[in-house]
Design a protein around this ligand. Structure first.
Ligand code: GLN
Length: 453
């Protein structure tokens, strides 16, 4: 059942009834899980693709789960969407997320997301809906986006494969920016093969994004590295239950012939601080355009006083977005930018050099999240610093643009536990190859299988 490939599905050509039924089932379950901001009930062909709500789809409301963008209907497709549409994928809906990508739990949205394995728990974020959709729909892949871990985190909590490519390998054209030097479009799926199939189509140079590059020739044939490094100092922040489960994963991998080596990378201890300084600085500039003139719930009354006018447009931001505008603007201000922003850029470069050096000798393996998906009420009680700290394991690869993939490695009390593989720059296919090997001997579990053929 689970093994149906994308090619097989496309060949089977299910009729209109299939899509109508899927949309109805999704709408029903969505009331409990809040996976989708909107569902497309008019699809009649194509491989089911969900698109995170910060990626533009022509003719479908795209809001990045922000009230500021409510009612925005893009007149164009993001490049990734355009390429998949041309290859027979059909968009079944736009998925819920933390507003503009700000968050790790999927709770910074008007409709907080819920975990399909236990509805009292978070689904992870910011690509909460993409992970839920992948976890509940049997034949489907999701386009998601990561700035600091937004693909890996929810993929881990919802028990699916979440792949974040090397920075710049997938065009960002049509993506609503969070932090331009960090944002990556990636893919979630129920298997490494489906993710690979989808990545094949979306990757590579695009004339609409000057930062987008091709993978070096021959990358597709790259196989998993036999050597895997564990960065021990990062494990200090991980819950005991996750550590134990990770040990099991490591011994399974060594049984499969992988050579595991442990080491320290002290530079990574400052990764969270560096990431949040850079991410907030960039976010605050990106949110500056929502003024009520061109973007962001147009204000029509021009008789208003200057401050009143902008306040009306910008008070629609949620609490976390406001926090990031304030902190990001401060970080960039003339009096402190040398101390924070430029310093952070320097440390980022240093971290990048160290981690890439290690990744070139093999791949890096870590748990994806330091904890099991917390209860929604417990996550809601965390202060911002505690909430930011849960990104401790996903930020290093994201800060430095390295490809990484989270995959279900274990289950604790019925909840999925993810592990992640981080590769050297452009080793995207090699890390997917490793997950493919893992799947030969490990079956993933799902709470729902909507849309079975
Ligand atoms: N949790 C991180 C943040 O809030 C990462 C989010 C993301 O990758 N979009 O910045």
């Amino acid at each position: 059942m689970i093994s149906r490939s994308i090619e097989e599905f496309i060949k089977a050509q299910p009729g209109k009834e299939y899509y109508v039924k899927l949309a109805e089932e999704l709408a029903k379950l969505n009331k409990e899980l809040n996976a989708f901001n909107n569902i497309n009930g008019s699809l009649s062909s194509g491989y089911p693709l969900s698109v995170k709500d910060n990626i533009c789809v022509k003719g479908m409301e795209t809001t990045a789960s922000s009230k500021v963008l409510s009612g925005y209907i893009p007149p164009f497709n993001a490049t990734a969407v355009e390429r998949l549409s041309a290859k027979g994928f059909g968009v079944i809906g736009k998925t819920n997320m933390d507003e503009f990508g700000f968050g790790s739990f999927g709770l910074n949205s008007e409709s907080p997301a819920r975990n399909p394995f236990d509805k009292s728990r978070v689904a992870g974020g910011s690509s909460s809906g993409a992970a839920i959709a992948t976890s509940i729909i049997e034949n489907h892949v999701a386009l998601a986006e990561s700035t600091g871990g937004s693909i890996a985190a929810p993929a881990s909590f919802c028990g699916v494969v979440g792949f974040t490519p090397t920075y710049g390998v997938v065009s960002r054209y049509g993506l609503i920016d969070y932090g331009n030097s960090l944002d990556k479009i990636g893919v979630m799926g129920r298997s490494a093969a489906r993710v690979r199939y989808t990545f094949d189509i979306i990757k590579g140079r695009d004339r609409y994004d000057a930062t987008c590059v091709d993978l070096p020739a021959g990358s597709e044939r790259k196989q998993a590295s036999k050597k895997l490094f564990v960065i021990r100092n990062l494990l200090e922040h991980v819950d005991e239950s996750i550590k134990k489960s990770f040990e099991k994963t490591l011994s399974k991998l060594s049984g499969m012939g992988f050579e595991i080596e442990e080491g320290e990378l002290k530079e990574l201890d400052s990764a969270i601080a560096v990431y949040y300084i850079i991410a907030m600085a960039e976010a605050s500039t990106n949110l500056a355009k929502y003024t009520g003139f061109k973007y962001g719930g147009k204000v029509d009354d021009f008789s208003k006083e200057y401050n009143e006018f902008f306040t009306e447009a910008r008070e629609k931001f949620g609490k976390e977005a406001k926090r990031r505008v304030v902190l990001g603007t401060y970080i960039r201000s003339a009096s402190v930018r040398d101390k924070y922003y430029y310093k952070a850029l320097q440390i980022r470069r240093l971290i990048g050099e160290k981690i890439s050096e290690l990744a070139r000798k093999g791949s890096i393996i870590l748990p994806t999240m330091p904890m099991l998906p917390p209860k929604i009420e417990d996550a809601g009680k965390m202060n911002p610093l505690q909430a930011y700290m849960v990104d401790i394991l996903t930020v290093p690869a994201n800060l430095t643009g390295l490809p990484h993939v989270s995959f279900p490695a274990d289950y604790i009390d019925g909840l999925p536990v993810g592990a992640q593989i981080i590769g050297a720059p452009y080793e995207d296919y090699a890390i997917l190859d490793l997950v493919g090997k893992w799947e030969e001997d490990f079956s993933y579990k799902f709470a729902y299988n909507l849309g079975s053929l």
